[in-house]
Write a protein that binds this ligand. Structure first.
Ligand SMILES: [Zn+2]
Length: 290
């Protein structure tokens, strides 16, 4: 399995500030060190610029990311979600990010954009207005073919940390490694069915405390599963890229799921054998908002 790993939301996870014991910088440092340890290079982070205006010191997080040989791309200024706003407001937010992220995006090999929550536009008009703006700014929209729901595990992890529950912490960690491997196989198989051939996957991580703590084990586990990490440019040369932004979608779905749903052939989001563990983690995550 060939995978291009990407990150979203540097420098700050949009849902909340880091809990006691963690900092935005420390979380990203842990992820950078896991990437280095596993020789995963040139990783694109799809970034929001609002935190830089509020916390100018966060620019160092992006500086350090780029110094490691990774890249920054546009993920809107304020993590605005397309179904919540007009196309015009969304476009203005793309442009604001382009301005504020200029010191870093100008150094990237590719000019890329990711829609927050991968919402391409829930009406044909919004879809086309945004697509046409991205074309005019030479921004290539990049989607995701597999995510691991680590934000849900993060909430369960934080509850386990808060209650100092060692057994719960252990369960959260081990279940994630099994789940994320199964989820990747599930999504890769679905993409292969949809595109009619094996494709290079695009996966996603977020700068949340749990991912910072599990990243090294996660990458190791994926390698054990036969994953080979490749540059994002390689994934973008495949058939999936040609259809990014091609269908109306306001749902939180990965690429092949959006295409299948638009064709009236909805697919299963989660692997059957992981439904119970996912439900258990959702239960453990209750009450934790970020
Ligand atoms: Zn995001």
């Amino acid at each position: 399995m060939k995978i291009a790993f990407t990150m979203d939301d540097l420098p700050l996870w949009p849902q909340s500030y880091p809990p006691p014991g963690y900092t935005a910088d420390g979380i990203v440092r842990s992820i950078r060190s896991a990437l280095k340890e596993h020789s995963i290079s040139g990783v694109y982070s799809f970034s929001n610029s609002w935190p830089l205006l509020k916390h100018p010191e966060f620019s160092k997080i992006l500086d350090d990311w780029v110094s490691d040989g990774h890249h920054i791309a546009n993920h809107t200024h304020s993590h605005i979600e397309l179904p919540d706003v007009t196309a015009e407001a969304f476009i203005a937010d793309i442009d604001a990010a382009e301005t504020h992220l200029a010191p870093w995006v100008s150094k990237a090999q590719l000019k890329l954009f990711r829609h927050p929550l991968c919402h391409w536009g829930e009406t044909p008009e919004k879809l086309e207005k945004v697509n046409s703006h991205l074309r005019s700014r030479s921004l290539t929209p990049v989607d995701v073919t597999s995510w691991a729901y680590e934000w849900t595990w993060n909430r369960a992890y934080r509850n386990a940390l808060d209650s100092r529950d060692k057994a719960a912490l252990e369960f959260v960690k081990t279940s994630f490694l099994d789940f994320s491997a199964a989820q990747l196989r599930h999504d890769m198989a679905a993409a292969e069915v949809w595109f009619g051939k094996e494709t290079i996957g695009i996966t996603l991580g977020h700068n949340v405390p749990f991912f910072a703590d599990i990243a090294s084990d996660y990458f190791a586990r994926l390698k054990e599963e036969g994953v080979v990490f490749v540059p994002l440019a390689e994934a973008l040369s495949g058939p999936g890229q040609a259809v990014v932004g091609s269908v109306v979608s306001g749902e939180f779905l990965v690429l092949q799921q959006k295409l299948a749903a638009a064709a009236g052939l909805p697919t299963k989001k989660l692997p059957e054998d992981q439904l119970a563990v996912h439900a258990k983690i959702v239960e453990m995550a209750i009450g934790q908002s970020g």
